[in-house]
Write a protein that binds this ligand. Structure first.
Ligand code: EPZ
Length: 417
């Protein structure tokens, strides 16, 4: 059983490199299906989720080759419109192949992605958007069978600025006939990266990053070369780890504007940091104030940093309230942190966090990607030996996390027995 063994209680010193954004590269790999020419992606992180999405593209008839952090994709002989059940159930994010496969093949068949640890994860807004573009949705034995001999531009209002629904609709609209307007669209930086990528292939998308996106459909998409934006969630996770442990850490390859909501909260908590050209330097001791956070869609505080931030607050001076407004079950890290001595009380969608002076090491269980990151942060601060099990969840979104943290002087190793 693979696990991480951490001897915590040390300050961190040195530099750590942030990789390309998982939540940008996944939809961009799907969008590469729009073109029959070769697409080259740079700064692609070597993650479990990226290899699953690559396998989905191959199962549809595409070719994917990885050389280090470069991915070469060619979907010339795209002969299949059904994504394999086992891959879809492994990763919900593969739902975003619907838009590009519909655009290219006129039909897509994909098992209804199940829920996951953090919630039931419905896809109703994805389907409503695709239907607005002329698709017909059938649910057949747990499969979504969506057909659209022709996609026609439409005005689509999203009940909620869903990231995945915005991405699916964007990719289908890019190849639809005529104009599409997406209102109440998601504004995450990963949406902007996806739109830039599609425009580089010949797409005509305007307004990505705002809540109104207009798309003029085009018939042909060329190949292109694109560098994935840095991963703001990986960066934020490392920044929070540095703040929790104290020391002097330079987190490299960061676009500060993508982290504005986190940096605003660090200011309130009196965490000392400095914004540099393309990095954030976090320094000082491990003492900071309790601050309240409420997760919101971008540009609000990101739900993906809620768990690591809550782990930081476990040792803050004072009482904080953490409210999760995006997912219905994203407090799986709370019970594990309580086993380390954290003083936490769940009240509906909020957790009341009473800061304690220190956490005790423990053997812990990761339940999902960001909860796992929160447990690493907590274990790095707890003097003594902790173990974190089920680390496959962590490997989905953090490349070589133990190697990167060892580079900062952390005593952490991966044990596989
Ligand atoms: C993306 O998930 C990210 N994943 C998530 O990151 C991130 O937490 C989330 O956006 C919010 O920022 C990828 O980009 C691969 P949503 P997504 O559609 O697209 C509900 C991580 O840790 N909803 O904005 O699934 C949904 O259940 C992952 O890297 C519907 O009800 O997020 C959730 O409660 C976790 N119906 C809320 O909306 C729908 O049709 C937000 O979901 C779609 C979503």
């Amino acid at each position: 059983m693979k696990r991480l063994v951490i001897n915590g209680g040390k300050k961190l010193f040195g530099e750590i490199e942030v990789g390309g954004a998982k939540n940008a590269v996944l939809p961009i790999i799907a969008a590469s299906l729009l073109s029959s020419e070769e697409v080259i992606l740079e700064d692609v992180p070597d993650l479990l989720d990226v290899s699953i999405m690559s396998q989905v593209v191959c199962a549809l008839g595409g070719e994917v080759a990885r050389q280090g952090h470069t991915l070469r994709i060619k979907a010339e002989n795209f002969d299949n419109f059904e994504a394999p059940f086992d891959l879809i159930t492994k990763m919900r994010a593969s739902i975003v192949i619907m838009g590009p496969v519909l655009a290219r093949k006129g039909r897509v068949r994909i098992s209804h992605p199940g829920g996951c640890a953090i919630g039931s994860r419905p896809v109703n807004w994805h389907l409503k958007g695709l239907e607005s573009l002329g698709a017909e949705v059938r649910i057949d034995h747990g499969y979504l069978d969506v057909s659209a001999p022709k996609l026609t531009g439409a005005r689509i209002y999203l009940d909620f600025p869903s990231v995945g629904a915005t991405e699916n609709i964007l990719m289908a609209a890019a190849a639809a006939e005529g104009m599409t307007i997406i209102e109440n669209a998601a504004q995450e930086p990963e949406i902007v990266d996806l739109a830039n990528f599609i425009n580089q292939m010949g797409g005509k998308i305007r307004g990505a990053g705002t809540n109104i996106i207009t798309v003029e459909g085009v018939q042909e998409f060329s190949g292109t070369r694109h560098t994935i934006i840095p991963d703001r969630i990986e960066a934020g996770t490392f920044i929070l780890m540095a703040a929790a442990c104290g020391g002097d850490v330079l987190v490299n390859n960061v676009i500060s504007t993508h982290l504005a909501p986190l940096l605003a909260k660090l200011d309130e908590a009196k965490v000392q940091y400095e914004e540099l050209e393309d990095g954030i330097r976090v320094f000082g001791n491990d003492s900071y104030l309790a601050v309240d956070i409420k997760t919101q869609v971008h540009p609000g505080f990101p739900t993906d940093l809620q768990a690591p931030f809550l782990a930081l607050l476990a040792r803050a001076k004072g009482t904080a309230i953490v409210t999760e407004n995006i997912f219905e079950n994203r407090f799986m890290h709370v019970d594990e942190l309580k086993r380390m001595g954290a003083d936490l009380k769940v009240e509906g969608r909020s957790v009341i966090v009473q800061g304690v002076p220190f956490l005790n090491p423990a053997t812990l269980m990761a339940t999902d990607l960001r909860a796992g990151a929160a447990l690493i942060l907590a274990a790095l601060t707890a003097p003594g030996r902790s173990e974190i099990w089920e680390i496959q969840h962590i490997d989905r979104g953090y490349e070589n996390i133990e190697t990167k943290l060892r580079g900062l002087g952390a005593d952490i190793e991966r044990v596989d027995e």
